[in-house]
Ligand binder design. Structure first.
Ligand SMILES: NC(=O)c1ccc[n+]([C@@H]2O[C@H](COP(=O)([O-])OP(=O)(O)OC[C@H]3O[C@@H](n4cnc5c(N)ncnc54)[C@H](O)[C@@H]3O)[C@@H](O)[C@H]2O)c1
Ligand SMILES: [Zn+2]
Ligand SMILES: [Zn+2]
Length: 372
């Protein structure tokens, strides 16, 4: 089969690899019909995510059709159209039973979060930017996609919408709150939408890319701040009567830039600590490595900030998000700017990486001619 293989930073290849096989009794093999490229894949491309092994098949956002089932899979059938959560979870350990699926004790030997197409510490599970993918613990993870949801909508529910929703939940929003979301990438845009669903009265979106800020205004009724033109901390203080915002969400992570457009790995965190009001909440879903070691803990401590963060518990949120979509409250395809055939996946990486042609989210389809 063909798949996107990581060979090193800035060296991804779409090449022939062996087909995956069932290895455990709860595995399934999925024929991928749609896969997406994520900001996390860009961290991999740029070499900012440590622990990537050359030879790893990338891709943690994918949907497809069940082609083969291990003998102990009872929740699915051959031919089912399924949505596969990014994080891998057994379903029966202490943490899975609490809904903390990303903390599953059985997904990786190190007991840290396991996910598709990620580094060694995440299990180095082969990912779904491929024609076929092995999905472990299939009685727990994959969910059958309702007929009303198209593939390109369902793929938005594998990672970015749940991650944005968890960010809004971690932000502890109460009616009347002002919520600031740093980042208007797919995760940030979904966090803004979710903040609205959870009752935020005002959402302020911060980014430096005009078309992303436009989308935040149009789709999420957000007030926007372009940090290239305006000092975001000062603007947030002014717009909140000097208090700061009840909650700040970091949906940027380690590749943040400063007002001059230069890489400053903890820029969004620094602004969040400044812009949150005293006794407010900061929720972090942007991913960090060692660069967050120089984080302004003292200032956050003296402001009595509640600090919440983490890897999304995808499987916990997805059923609720499907219900939002089916009831018409959310159109998850609002992010989608590009649909390409899987064979053009490296073109998709390039567009998304350079933010070219207004690319916000690119989906690769194996049969795009059947779209619509
Ligand atoms: N916690 C989780 O489970 C989880 C899940 C998915 C993604 N993520 C992480 O979320 C982050 C965002 O993902 P994405 O797909 O939206 O990525 P993305 O790269 O498309 O979006 C990041 C956005 O942040 C903007 N930005 C850069 N510096 C900024 C700053 N200082 N202030 C405000 N905005 C700034 C960029 O212009 C861009 O629009 C990544 O770090 C990704 O790894 C985490
Ligand atoms: Zn993702
Ligand atoms: Zn588990």
């Amino acid at each position: 089969m063909k798949a996107v293989v990581y060979h090193g930073p800035h060296d991804l290849r779409y090449e022939e690899v062996p087909d995956p096989q069932i290895r455990h009794s709860q595995d399934i093999i999925v024929r991928v019909t749609a896969a997406a490229i994520c900001g996390t894949d860009l961290h991999i491309l740029h070499g900012t995510l440590p622990g990537m092994k050359p030879g790893t098949i990338l891709g943690h956002e994918f949907v497809g059709v069940v082609e083969q089932l291990g003998p102990d899979v009872t929740s699915l059938q051959e031919g089912d159209r399924v949505l596969v959560p990014t994080t891998i979870a057994c379903g029966w350990c202490f943490f899975c039973r609490r809904g903390d699926f990303s903390q599953c004790d059985n997904a990786t030997p190190s007991k840290t979060p396991g996910w598709f197409g990620g580094p060694e510490q995440a299990g180095a599970y082969p990912g779904g930017q491929a024609e076929l993918v092995r999905v472990p613990f299939a009685n727990t993870g994959p969910l059958v996609i309702p007929d009303a949801l198209a593939d390109e909508e369902a793929v938005m529910l594998t990672d970015v919408f749940p991650a944005g929703f968890m960010a809004a939940e971690l932000a502890g929003i109460r009616p009347g709150d002002v919520v600031v979301v740093f980042g208007c990438g797919p995760v940030g845009l979904c966090a803004q939408k979710s903040a609205r669903l959870l009752g935020a009265t005002r959402v302020i979106a911060v980014d430096g890319i005009e078309e992303r800020l436009d989308l935040a205004r149009q789709e999420n009724q957000a007030e926007t701040i372009d940090f290239r033109k305006t000092d975001p901390v000062q603007a947030i203080r002014e717009r909140t009567g000097g208090l700061g915002a009840e909650s700040c969400i970091d949906a940027v992570g380690a590749e943040a830039v400063n007002r001059e457009g230069k890489h400053q790995p903890i820029q969004a965190l620094l602004w969040a600590v400044e812009a949150v009001r005293k006794a407010g909440t900061i929720a972090v879903v942007g991913s960090y490595g060692q660069e967050a070691a120089h984080f302004p803990l003292v200032q956050a401590f003296s402001k009595n900030v509640t600090w919440r963060q983490g890897v999304c518990n995808h499987r916990t949120y997805i059923p609720r998000l499907i219900a939002y979509v089916l009831s018409g409250q959310v159109d998850p395809a609002f992010l989608l700017t590009h649909v390409l055939p899987l064979d053009d996946v490296l073109v998709g990486y390039d567009l998304f990486n350079r933010r070219d042609q207004g690319c916000i989210k690119a989906v690769l389809q194996t049969a795009p001619e059947e779209l619509g």
